[in-house]
Ligand binder design. Structure first.
Ligand code: ZN
Length: 571
């Protein structure tokens, strides 16, 4: 008698092999059969007509704070994710001295737009070193497995103090001290080291993340800790300026240490062909023996603009600023007043930040999102195009759309990966053999983005719904967010449905699978706001042999753990 049998489903096993009909049997936390007919189970899930896949492994999240208070790590757990890797992009909460806690909160708030009030209220800070942080994470039960990476920003500020925080050059001694901390972190179970080299990532005080301008000797010096450890990943987000220089040091670090270097690879409007050069450069590096892994997103960086968001077209209008402090319902009542509306629409907005100005005024890139949300609209569906058709001003169209659903409507601004108004470049990136899927940023960008539902989008859009170009094979999409992501981080015990591997499983009704429209909620500690997105169609999610979700409802079982280091296939 097995502990659990998932009976008669269509098994897509995560290897990329063709779907097959059969049973998945589970005993304890392991899979014992994943084909054919299994004997009886103490518990059975009828999966006839349903997909059975490995649990999703999401390698790019920012739950470093949330992990200390939320055993569920929503919204990722609503989307079939059973393993997350956090600590990305050089930001996190260890190591830390007590007098720098608030500063690290400001760094996370500035870079990842996670409300500082929520972090300050939610985190209990029982640690100083990175290993102590891991111990604190390990003590909390949770619904899915988490793995951590050592963030450069925290390490640099810890070792170099104000010099590090202000991005001064590191001395040889500084580098040695930082490398020692990273080595200890990896020794205690971190899966990698992460850094930020983009001017988009700034602390709340405007200072770029510590390490943004780090010289090659600092990166190589710290990178050697990865090599000494014999495994580990270096993850980074970079402006790639200049591109060749950046790619060259990444390759040298990978060659010198044997570590994989994974860097954010997205299409941007200013240089819409850059992503292709990055893929080609990674191929050339691979031919020379280095491992550069372009980390790609499955959809645009989806900014959500509305009256509940941080960014929207009227944030620079004085008439809006006059009511901005009011609770939503009261604000909406005022915004509907024809006189208030007329005044706001007549004003010329003022912006101090050029990126915000670009987002708030580029109506040709702003779209109604709809229900179900449409993430690949044509140019004729933009707010600017609607305005032209209707003989109105785009501001007016946006204003009225944003007032729908009692002012809760969110408009869609595809910030990156949408330079040509379709997702063909993304399709090529998703098919490329050297790329890995990430960048969903679960837990982050609370005021303007929620892409943590990317795993669901991969199935709904890329496998089933896409109309404006070719779709992707189901087995490819499943492999990309299971065994491919797991393998990059050395998690050989998961990502495939095969005997002996960890029993992390999704049972999915493809006909019912859907993303719901994203929405703002005020459920973070201190009542802070975030944008979330739910899904329907996950019939069951199994984590380490325990059924943790049934039809989107948690069962209350919390079998998730902190992963310490790479995981061998056989437990
Ligand atoms: Zn990130």
């Amino acid at each position: 008698m097995h502990d659990l049998v998932i009976r008669g489903g269509t098994i897509v096993d995560g290897t990329g092999g063709s779907p097959r009909c059969g049973d998945v049997a589970i005993d304890g936390d392991r899979i014992t059969a994943a084909a054919g007919t299994a004997g009886r189970g103490r518990r059975e899930i009828d999966a006839r007509g349903l997909l059975v896949t490995p649990g999703w492994v999401d390698i790019h999240t920012h739950y470093d704070g949330q992990v200390t208070w939320d055993p569920y790590l929503t919204p990722s757990c609503w989307h079939g994710v059973t393993t997350v890797v956090m600590g990305n992009c050089g930001v996190g909460f260890a190591p830390v001295r007590p007098d720098r806690r608030q500063w690290l909160i400001g760094l996370m708030e500035g870079v990842e737009d996670i409300p500082g009030t929520a972090l300050a209220e939610g985190m209990r800070w029982g640690w100083e070193s990175f290993p102590e942080y891991l111990d604190a994470v390990a003590r909390t039960p949770r619904v899915l497995d988490v793995a951590a990476q050592v963030p450069h920003g925290a390490v640099r500020a810890y070792v170099m103090g104000e010099r590090g925080a202000r991005n001064e050059a590191a001395t040889g001694e500084d580098v040695a001290a930082m490398a020692a901390i990273v080595r200890d972190g990896l020794g205690a179970g971190a899966l990698g080291f992460t850094t930020s080299r983009t001017l988009l990532h700034r602390a709340i005080d405007g200072e770029p993340v510590p390490g943004t301008f780090a010289a090659e000797d600092e990166l190589l010096g710290i990178g050697r800790a990865l090599g000494d450890n014999g495994c580990g990943v270096l993850e980074l987000a970079s402006d790639l300026m200049p591109e060749d220089t950046e790619l060259a040091w990444m390759e040298r670090v990978s060659t010198a240490t044997g570590a994989a270097v994974t860097f954010a690879c997205l299409q941007n409007d200013l240089d819409p062909a850059q992503w292709r050069r990055l893929l080609e450069a990674s191929e050339r590096a691979a031919a020379r023996g280095a491992r550069l892994v372009p980390q790609v997103a499955a959809r645009p960086t989806s900014l959500l603009l509305g009256f509940q968001s941080t960014v929207h077209p009227f944030m620079g209008h004085a008439g809006y600023q006059a009511v901005a402090h009011l609770p939503l319902d009261e604000r909406v009542r005022r915004l509907r007043d024809p006189e208030v509306r007329r005044r706001i629409l007549e004003e010329r907005p003022e912006f101090t930040n050029p990126i915000l100005a670009f987002i708030a005024t580029s109506f040709h890139k702003l779209f109604p999102l709809g229900d179900p949300p449409q993430y690949e609209p044509g140019p004729e569906e933009s707010v600017a195009a609607i305005a032209t058709r209707e003989g109105r001003q785009p501001e007016e169209v946006a204003y009225d759309l944003m007032l729908r659903r009692d002012g809760r409507e969110l408009l869609y601004f595809p910030f990156l990966n949408y330079a040509q108004f379709d997702l063909e470049p993304v399709r090529e990136m998703l098919l490329h053999p050297l790329t890995v899927i990430g960048l969903g940023d679960g837990g982050a960008h609370c005021g303007v983005i929620c892409d943590a539902g990317t795993p669901t989008f991969l199935l709904t859009h890329w496998v089933r719904d896409r109309r404006r170009g070719a779709r992707l094979p189901l087995e490819h999409v499943v492999r990309r967010q299971t065994s491919d992501t797991a393998r990059l981080y050395g998690l050989a015990d998961r990502g495939v449905l095969a005997p002996g591997l960890r029993a992390d499983v999704n049972v999915i009704d493809m006909d019912a699978l859907a993303l719901l429209p994203p929405e703002a909620t005020y459920d973070l500690p201190a009542g802070a706001r975030r944008l979330v997105q739910r899904a329907t169609g996950y019939r069951a999610t199994v984590k380490s042999g325990e059924v943790v979700f049934v039809d989107g409802e948690p069962t209350g079982v919390l079998p998730g753990q902190l992963l310490r280091g790479p995981q061998a296939a056989q437990g």
